[in-house]
Design a protein around this ligand. Sequence first.
Ligand SMILES: Cc1cc2nc3c(=O)[nH]c(=O)nc-3n(C[C@H](O)[C@H](O)[C@H](O)COP(=O)(O)OP(=O)(O)OC[C@H]3O[C@@H](n4cnc5c(N)ncnc54)[C@H](O)[C@@H]3O)c2cc1C
Length: 556
Amino acid sequence: MAVNQLEDQVVSRFLVVGSGIAGLQFALLAAQHGSVRIVTKKSPQESNTNYAQGGIAAVLSPLDDFELHVQDTLAAGDGLCHAEVVRLMVEAAPRLIERLLGYGVQFSRVGAGQDAPFSLGREGGHSRRRILHAKDLTGRELESRLLAACRAHPQITLDENHLGMDLIKGRDLDYDDADADRVVGCWVLDRQRLRPRPYLADTVALATGGCGKVYSYTSNPDIATGDGLAMAFRAGALLANLKFVQFHPTCLYHPKAKSFLISEAVRGEGAILINQRGERFMPRYHTMADLAPRDVVARSIDQEMKTTGDRCVYLDLRHLDRRRVEKRFPHLVQTCASFGIELAGEPVPVVPAAHYMCGGVMTDSFGRTNLAGLYAIGEVACTGVHGANRLASNSLLEAVYFSEAAAEASRADTPYFGDGRSPVPPAALQPRDTNRSREAMVVEHDWDMVRRVMWDYVGIVRSRQRLDIALRRIRDCRRTVEKLYRESALNPDLIELRNIALLGELIVLCARYRKESRGLHFTLDHPAKSQDSPRDTLIMHGKVLNGECPWEPATE
Ligand SMILES: Cc1cc2nc3c(=O)[nH]c(=O)nc-3n(C[C@H](O)[C@H](O)[C@H](O)COP(=O)(O)OP(=O)(O)OC[C@H]3O[C@@H](n4cnc5c(N)ncnc54)[C@H](O)[C@@H]3O)c2cc1C
């Protein structure tokens, strides 16, 4: 039986791939200027955004100032942040928070009433209290309010269970040389009917989030398979800094707890890390002890576990006021209790896990990529804000800042599509007969293989030898998967496997490139920082670029 019949094309002014904070806010702002189509691969709220606990950073306290937030961000970024972009974002934060309040977002306050001051949390690397939060369910609050606003908007249509597969370019519509490379849409798979369909638009905003699922252990939900990064790369976009993967120091270590993170805000409120012997170990590794930047804490835990041979370390809150813990972290208390652990009453077993991709599709300060028509916003992008390491709670802020900037910039994009042409589907999307059951086992095996290789060889501590092994294994796997993809019926697991295998290879290529340790990238072969001035590691068309960037980001 032939499957994967093509569906008719869908045309809109803006196409948004992804429904996390970046995609939803972009959609709301772009909808003031034309029709918006959002495609999202599972249920709309399923996103990294939905699981964010700690909060969103903004300078709102009289004890804080913009310069301190900028300096904290630059210090975490370890020499690779683009300072001017950081400053733009930090200074816009109070205004962006106002807009979120306008969507109905309720942040926790000290006292009752809408005029009471915000309750500002503190997290690792921040020199002041500046984290707005909605108890410990900040992401859920943001996601649900933005989603409700999108659903109520007459210009926005949301297609759930629709998986973006590959970008469509001008040349697929037979446009001439000047426009051949312009992005004009995306091939999308309806996951229920398993049918691909071209979605065409003047502006395409990739808001597909990160790629935690490239690793065996991650705080990310299942959607985080780096699809947007892979699609952009295949289309010829410039990617940057993929080796800077942030490992969150404290995911719950429990056989039944899949991806459950214990927020850094818990340490911000005074929790400490101890080893199995009950010894507090962070002061041995860093002067900021338990509030050292995330990479330092994750590496210290890794080192502590390797030295002691223990399988986890513990977060200790027993010295904190129990009622205060229960009030501040109700969701954590409840979830830990569901695993039989009393958050405030006993040491909580934790391990590091892949959490955030600091690199991504390279953009200018308006979210524009090197490909006309294509914007990247949120975690999928590399905007220059995070450098070699992200400061906690800066990513939600980055997503709202750049989704606004991109919506604003894309207004000026020349209306392009609309002459009725249809793209010719690439070979892999042509209807064909296949036997799906034959591939299921291979797909499952290779999913595990890629993730395990990445965890074992491309994790918190790296070496050239481990990276070489990883490259050989993942490259072999990626080639097999590409063949399978061309020859098999389309199915979401295979599409995602194709993406994580590609991403794995690109992360390894970037990690092998620079001969130094910086930020989140630590290699045993070169444990010190290079004295040369640091540069972004750029990759395009399968090669790490040695030297100048082939793209001059526009500044206005
Ligand atoms: C557990 C956890 C806690 C966190 N806590 C914080 C915090 O306290 N503060 C902070 O600043 N950051 C935090 N982060 C990071 C932050 O949540 C994310 O960086 C941010 O939410 C990313 O938003 P986004 O819109 O870019 O992507 P996401 O929110 O991940 O949304 C991506 C969307 O794209 C969709 N998608 C993906 N691929 C496709 C495809 N091929 N086709 C169609 N749709 C697709 C997904 O289904 C999803 O809807 C946390 C992350 C995690 C996982």
